[in-house]
Design a protein around this ligand. Structure first.
Ligand code: UT7
Length: 319
């Protein structure tokens, strides 16, 4: 039994904020942002628009483009750390809006690694229970959780959503080959390197980050998880057509390739277009690579991500 990806869709909010616009409001510049991160612009939600709104649009596209009946969904897994409300979950709202009322639905919080965690959970559900059709939605609105006067964080993030329809299949040539997940909560406790203050402080809270520490962990931990998953599956980087990493920062991705000898020309990079959209960045990048005709059906793809927790991991799949 394999878990295959039957449909992929993405959605970005229409409002765009360029580096130039940010530098008119803050003590920053396009050159600083672009040279440090590769980011040129970010899409952000408008007033009254939330993570589930983006997720609903991506979810509808994913099911409508293959004429899938939403009542045939068995489960909806939503990766988000920027949910509209503490409860009900984003997944419950998305389930109701797309009229998929035969599906159980829950949110999953693994920050920027949420897409890989979601794939691992969906794959386990398909292989270990009588669940056949799962919609994985990654929807994020970091723009609502940053302090727009803090130049050290607000320039880095954007909003967006992606949806993957995952189905049980007997087709051995396609599907999720492996997933590998890691967490190290001691790094957050000791260094508080990447966190969101949340309601503990009686307000919505802002994202804080020790950028240099995250930069270092991102390269080391993502690289190790990529090498381990390849080794455990008797594969090398030569067996991989495309690497789709979490899109935090172009410099992290370039350094990762340089230091660990991964081919940069196999990497899909979207930081210039989307900035860091947390768990939505991998499905958005997958869609981007499909739209520009690089990624094709049958390609073998290595995914990798790291986020607050710290949580990180990798996955290998054949499209
Ligand atoms: O999803 C995973 C989470 N995030 C990441 O993976 C991000 C990882 N880290 C990074 O990408 C980089 O560390 C950053 C892009 C966040 C920062 O780059 P950096 O080269 O590590 O800069 P820095 O934080 O050491 O700051 C250097 C200087 C500081 O000024 P002083 O103290 O040297 O005078 C900052 O105040 O740059 C200043 N600075 C800025 N200047 C202009 C910080 N933010 C800005 C800004 N514009 N937006």
């Amino acid at each position: 039994m394999k878990t295959v990806i039957s449909s992929i869709a993405a959605h970005l909010p229409s409002k765009i904020v360029t580096n130039q616009e940010l530098s008119e409001a803050l003590d920053t510049s396009h050159d600083w942002i672009y040279s440090r991160t590769g980011i040129e612009k970010r899409h952000i939600v408008s007033d009254g628009e939330f993570a589930s709104d983006l997720g609903i649009i991506a979810a509808r596209k994913a099911i409508e483009q293959i004429n899938f009946n939403p009542m045939d969904l068995d489960a909806i897994v939503v990766s988000t750390t920027t949910a509209d409300r503490r409860f009900p979950s984003c997944s419950a709202r998305i389930q109701g809006e797309i009229r998929a009322t035969n599906a159980f639905a829950f949110d999953l919080g693994a920050a920027c690694a949420g897409c890989i965690y979601g794939l691992a959970v969906a794959d386990s559900l398909i292989k270990g229970s009588n669940v056949n059709n799962i919609l994985l939605v990654c929807c994020e609105t970091l723009s609502l959780f940053v302090d727009w006067t803090d130049r050290a964080t607000c320039v880095l993030f954007g909003d967006g959503a992606g949806a993957l329809l995952l189905q049980a299949s007997e087709d051995d040539q396609r599907g999720i080959i492996a997933t590998k997940l890691y967490t190290d909560g001691t790094k957050e406790k000791h260094d508080s390197i990447l966190s969101h203050n949340g309601p503990q402080n009686n307000h919505r809270g802002y994202t804080t980050m020790l950028g240099r520490a995250v930069f270092k962990y991102a390269i080391e931990d993502m690289a190790l998880s990529m090498l381990e998953i390849l080794l455990e599956n008797d594969m090398t980087i030569d067996d991989i057509d495309w690497i789709i990493p979490h899109q935090a920062n172009r410099r992290i991705l370039e350094s990762l390739c340089k230091m660990k000898n991964f081919p940069l020309d196999k990497m899909i990079i979207t930081t210039h277009e989307h900035a860091n959209t947390s768990s939505a960045s991998i499905p958005l990048a997958m869609q981007y690579g499909i739209d520009d005709n690089r990624i094709k059906r049958g390609d073998t793809i290595l995914l990798t991500a790291l986020g607050a927790g710290l949580v990180w991991g990798s996955a290998i799949l054949r499209l």
